[in-house]
Design a protein around this ligand. Structure first.
Ligand code: HEM
Length: 388
């Protein structure tokens, strides 16, 4: 569904939401599925026990080919209860607001270093490579306990995985290498635990009697993938939007206290993970006068729900003063984003530092020349040339 404006959601969502909030659609594979676009119905379906997140189920509405052939061992968002409940419980403590706040000085250091390099480096430069991608990648290194000496190995593979110039086989190879690297790291943590997430999880797996290197390295890989490109896309999109709307940016610069609220509103406004909240029905489900049959795929559009006028007044307007919290940009229910507190903190620190330290930052090309990710599962920006 095309977007009329890069900062808006597809126009057809508004019409569907009012006329047919549970609507039949065709997937790229040609198979039919259901698309749900209202906030109320999304919340209902996110907590529906007969909807499964299992990507390996033959009825799962896969948007990427080859997804089902991946080694999915340890992938939390692909699990259903009771397996999901057990593994999520083991990791959730690592992502509470309090726990995540402890990372603030590290994150600030990482962001400061990258802004220093930006200021010293050539102009124009691509903000995606200079800031948006390396910051979340390094934060996850810290979180998982990737040793400094290994960071190049880790980051170079992680970079290929999200590089649009990389071919399918190159990306698959880097995924396999990253998984092998993480399995090796997990083994090191299992024998000599340190003060990091992977070590603590290794101990918890052992205590629960489910010690399994491959499973734990899958969990680590998923944390990396889920927390990397998502945050990077939010940094790039939000920066492009604010640079193009100087009055709104000026307001945030004058009163940085508005930034946490603005982050929430930016999450609502862009809803970049619109296509990752898909499910398959394990039984017939009646909703809004429609029967979703067992085995049928369901796409829960959080981008459409986040522009629902029944919940957000004047939803097309960006308003950092509104309470955007009921947004579903992080999903809802049992799979609600594990890293949401971390993402919020990273975004707050990046925007405060970037806009505070670079008052003359601006786009180096017209907005029309910025390559938005219209073709990707995750919305964002491939390259963002900026100058100052
Ligand atoms: C702005 C950035 C982010 C956005 C928009 C985002 C969005 C989402 C969404 C929509 C889901 C729900 C998927 C579903 O229902 O199927 C999710 C789940 C998840 N996210 Fe995030 N995410 C972000 C950042 C992060 C970060 C920083 C991490 C970790 C470091 C992370 C880790 C996860 C994990 C592990 C899950 C699966 C949870 C489960 O299945 O129980 N995310 N995310």
């Amino acid at each position: 569904m095309p977007r009329g404006c890069p900062f808006a959601v597809p126009e057809s969502y508004a019409k569907l939401r009012t006329e047919q909030p549970v609507c039949r659609v065709r997937l790229p594979s040609g198979r039919p599925a259901w698309l749900v676009t209202s906030h109320e119905l999304l919340r209902q379906l996110f907590t529906e026990p007969h909807l499964s997140a299992n990507r390996v189920h033959p009825g799962f509405p896969a948007l990427l080919s080859g997804q089902q052939a991946l080694n999915q061992k340890g992938f939390l968002p692909w699990m259903d209860p009771p397996e999901h409940t057990m593994y999520r419980r083991m990791v959730i403590n690592e992502f509470t607001v309090r726990r995540v706040q402890r990372l603030r000085p590290h994150i600030q250091d990482i962001v400061d270093t990258h802004v220093d390099r930006l200021l010293e480096g050539p102009r124009p430069t691509d903000l995606v490579q200079a800031l948006s991608l390396p910051v979340p990648s390094l934060v996850i290194c810290d979180l998982l306990g990737v040793p400094y000496a290994d960071r190049d190995v880790f980051q170079s593979r992680a970079k290929i995985m999200v590089d649009r110039a990389a071919s399918g086989p190159e990306r698959m190879a880097s995924l396999v290498e990253l998984r092998a690297y993480l399995a090796d790291l997990v083994e090191r943590k299992q024998t000599a635990p340190d003060d990091d997430l992977l070590s603590r999880l290794a101990v918890k797996y052992r205590e629960a009697g489910v010690e399994d290197t491959e499973h734990l390295s899958g969990m680590a890989l998923l944390i990396l993938v889920a927390g990397h490109e998502t945050t990077a896309n939010m940094i790039s999109l939000s920066t492009a939007y604010l640079l193009e709307h100087p009055d709104r940016l000026a307001e945030l610069r004058t009163d940085p206290g508005l930034i946490p609220g603005a982050v929430e509103e930016l999450l609502r406004f862009f809803s970049i993970s619109d296509h990752s909240t898909n499910r398959v029905a394990l039984a017939d489900i009646e909703i809004d006068g429609v029967t979703i049959r067992e085995g049928e795929g369901v796409l829960l559009s959080n981008a459409a729900a986040n522009r629902d006028e029944k919940v957000f007044e004047d939803p097309e307007r960006f308003d950092p003063h509104r309470d955007a919290r009921p947004h579903l940009a992080f999903g809802y229910g049992i799979h609600q984003c594990l890293g949401q507190n971390l993402a919020r903190l990273e975004l707050e620190i990046v925007f405060t530092t970037l806009f505070g330290r670079m008052p003359t930052l601006r786009l180096a090309v017209p907005l029309d020349d910025v390559p938005f990710k219209n073709d990707a599962i995750m919305y964002g920006i491939h390259e963002l040339p900026v100058t100052w």
